[in-house]
Structure formats: C-alpha cells, structure tokens
Design a protein around this ligand. Structure first.
Ligand SMILES: Cc1cc2nc3c(=O)[nH]c(=O)nc-3n(C[C@H](O)[C@H](O)[C@H](O)COP(=O)(O)OP(=O)(O)OC[C@H]3O[C@@H](n4cnc5c(N)ncnc54)[C@H](O)[C@@H]3O)c2cc1C
Length: 383
C-alpha cells in the first residue's frame, strides 16, 4: 500500500521496541515526521520484561506450527542487529549490552538431545555456523552447568542485548531528533464517512503489542476497538510471561544457556532466569509459585545458583499470533499499517521490522520475504 505523499506525517501508536524502532528508522534514518503515542510510560511493556536474547536458531530453526518462513525472518533480524546496535549506541551515547558471546544450548535428557539434533540439521542445511558439543565440551565452555548435561550445541548465531538499555537508547535518540514528538496518552483516532483519521497525520501505524486490537477509535462520540476496522487484529493473543533475576556469583554462567523452556541470561551483574509462557493471560504481578518453580529449574541447570539472592521478579505480556509470527504491513483500511504480534522474538525482530514497515509506509519495495508477513495471511484464514 504505497503512499502518494512523499513526506507523510506518521502517527505511531505504541512506544514498545517495535513502535520505537519503527520511529527510529522513519525519523532518524529517513527524515520522516513522526508522532509517538503511548498510554503508559514508553518502553515499559513487553519490551522491558524481555530477556534480550537474539536467538534465531534456538527459537525458530525447529518450532512446530510456526509460519513457514519465520526462520528466514529471524535470520534477517539477527543479521540486522550488529549495525543497528553500533549505530544506536553511537547516536544515543548509551551502552546497550550487545554481546557476541555465543549461546549454549544444553541437553539433560534424550528428548532435548533429539530436538537439538533437529536444530543442528536445519542449521547445517542453511549453512549457519554451529558446533555440536559433547558433555565434556559444554562443561569446559561453561563450568557452571550441572554435570548431568549430556550434550549440547554452541550457537554463534544466537547473541544477546540488554533490551532495557535498548529501549532507553531508542527513547533518548528519538527525543534528540527534531522530527519526533512523543505524545503521552491515547491517539485521538476517529472514523468518519468510512475513513480512519488522526488529525494532522497521513499514516497511522498500530504498534501497541498485545493491545493493538483494542486501540480506541471514536465514532460520533463513542469509542470502539480498532479490531472492528481490521478483523485480522483479533488474531493477536496475550501470552503472559514471568521471570526473575538473581545475583551473579562464582556459580553463575557466563553464557546465555538454554535447556528446554528454561534459560539463563547473564546481564548487568545478574542472571536473568526465564520464563513462563501462559496463553490468554495478562499478568500484572508475578506469583510466588511460578517464580520459585523457575528458580529451582535454573538451580538444576546451574547448581551454583542455589544460594544466589533473588533481586527482581517481574511479568510481561507477549503479543502472539496463530503462526507465532508478526503482522507487518499495510491493511485493508487506507492509511492504516500494523507492526504487532512479535510473540517471543520482538527484540530480535525489531530492526528488521522497522526496515520493512518504513519501506512500506514510504512506498519502497520491502522485498519478497516481507510480503509473507503481511496481514493477508489472516484475511485468507478468515475468508
Ligand atoms: C517474559 C518475556 C521474555 C521475553 N524474552 C524475549 C527475548 O529474549 N528476545 C526477544 O526477541 N523477545 C523476547 N520477548 C518478546 C518481546 O518482548 C516482545 O515480542 C516485544 O517486546 C513486543 O514489542 P511491542 O513493541 O510490540 O510491545 P510492547 O513492548 O508491549 O509495547 C507496546 C506499547 O504499546 C502501548 N500501548 C498499549 N495500548 C496502547 C494504546 N491504546 N495507545 C497507545 N499506546 C498503547 C503500551 O503501553 C506499550 O508501551 C519476551 C517477552 C516476555 C514477556
């Protein structure tokens, strides 16, 4: 959906990593005028709650039920990160904790070992660097791991960043850009004569994470949800996630370590431990039982963490879709674009999403892969 106006005024609804990196691409890199609306504090939604793993291999090389081209999109996301990280740090003057230390995936049982074998096969087919590790190899690399580990993979494709520092760096770079305006509160969207309008703007980008479907639109004094205009948004579901961090110490891992659904991420002198995945849940406060269960799983993996004090516990809400892949692109409603539904990989996918959505809003060719993540697949499913 290309625009005739070569210098559109763009309203972005939602200042999570997706809205912020879209604003960065559009305003800072390409000189467009952007207003960013958020009903809460910018950057404090799922993008704050995340662990910051940039993990195309572990997350997408072998995930049942996902979009058939999701792995490719994740690889593009990972490829975009080094330049994005360098540029963002330089522009904001802030460290964003981008680390090239490879992730270690550990198997402590035969089903996980089989899954790691499938991941390795997919990486080999795609010619992506990785190493199969014996128990001795992985323990040599990461002595904090339990001796019960039976094998593993070293994944140089799977890196990490400090997502909290990234959103702060984006906000700082955007506040310094004269083309950008942060507007606290809801965007005053209206619909009249069948047209969705936001006074003073030519384009609207819905990027409100799991709440994108319920962005409000006023019609003759009454408020309705955006999903009434774009039914595809009904596919975006909430997936609660709980996490904790414990103090770093002699028994703490130096790598991101993944084993089944548990992961450990060294960050800022702490170890972040995640995460639960709870479909259809919006969690405000973490609960003691879930947090203690996660902590014990982490201790099984790294016994040296047994006495590490818990420093923080938190919860967030992932925006999921039926095929676990985001919606990125124009909609059937003129002037309305969407970038939402990034589920477990919104940090990884932020720079590539920003590039795709900016191309589409500015009427540039976004590439063949981008088209596969448009909302068209949801229209087809509901037709
Ligand atoms: C526990 C957990 C761990 C995760 N770990 C990782 C990881 O390691 N790596 C990874 O890549 N991804 C991870 N994710 C996923 C990632 O965090 C999300 O995919 C990503 O943050 C989604 O970004 P977003 O900008 O779409 O949403 P959000 O960050 O939730 O931002 C949405 C924004 O929209 C605002 N908003 C809502 N409604 C409105 C409205 N009506 N008007 C204006 N503003 C509105 C909200 O206030 C919020 O600021 C994790 C998520 C969770 C919960």
């Amino acid at each position: 959906m290309a625009l005739l106006n070569s210098s559109p005024r763009i309203a972005i609804i939602g200042a999570g990593i997706i809205g912020l990196s879209g604003a960065y691409e559009l305003a800072v890199r390409r000189g467009a005028r952007v207003s960013i609306y958020d009903t809460r504090s910018p950057g404090r939604g799922a993008s704050w709650a995340a662990a910051g793993m940039l993990a195309p291999a572990f997350e997408a090389a072998d995930e049942p039920g996902q979009h058939p081209r999701f792995f490719e999109l994740c690889l593009q996301g990972a490829a975009a990160w080094p330049d994005f990280a360098n540029e963002l740090s330089a522009r904001s003057g802030l460290d964003i904790g981008f680390s090239r230390v490879p992730c270690l995936a550990a198997a402590t049982g035969s089903s996980e070992e089989t899954r790691l074998g499938r991941i390795a096969a997919r990486l080999t087919a795609a010619r992506i660097e990785h190493s199969a590790l014996t128990a001795q190899d992985i323990l040599r690399r990461e002595p904090a791991l339990t001796p019960e580990v039976i094998s593993g993979l070293e994944l140089p494709s799977d890196l990490r960043v400090n997502n909290r520092q990234v959103v702060d760096a984006l906000i700082s770079a955007l506040r310094a850009c004269p083309k950008v305006r942060f507007v606290p509160g809801p965007a005053p969207l209206r619909s009249a004569a069948g047209q969705l309008r936001l006074e003073g703007h030519d384009v609207i980008l819905g990027a409100a994470g799991w709440e994108t479907a319920v962005i409000k639109v006023e019609v003759r004094g009454q408020l309705f949800n955006l999903v009434n205009w774009e039914t595809a948004l009904d596919d975006i579901e909430s997936y609660g996630g709980q996490m904790l961090s414990v103090a770093d110490g002699a028994g703490a891992p130096k790598h991101v370590v993944r084993a089944g659904h548990v992961y450990l991420v060294p960050r800022d002198g702490r170890v972040v431990i995640g995460a639960t995945v709870e479909p259809d849940r919006v969690i405000d406060e973490p609960d003691d039982v879930a947090i203690e269960a996660l902590r014990l799983e982490a201790v099984q993996l790294c016994p040296g963490l047994a006495d590490a004090p818990v420093l923080e516990r938190w919860a967030g809400v992932r925006p999921g879709t039926p095929d676990h892949a985001p919606f990125i692109g124009g909609t059937r409603t003129p002037g309305l674009f969407v970038a939402a539904g990034h589920f477990r990989n919104g940090i990884l996918l932020a720079p590539v999403t920003a590039r795709i959505i900016a191309d589409q809003i500015l009427g540039k060719e976004a590439g063949e892969l981008a088209a596969a993540f448009s909302l068209r697949r949801a229209y087809t499913a509901t037709a």
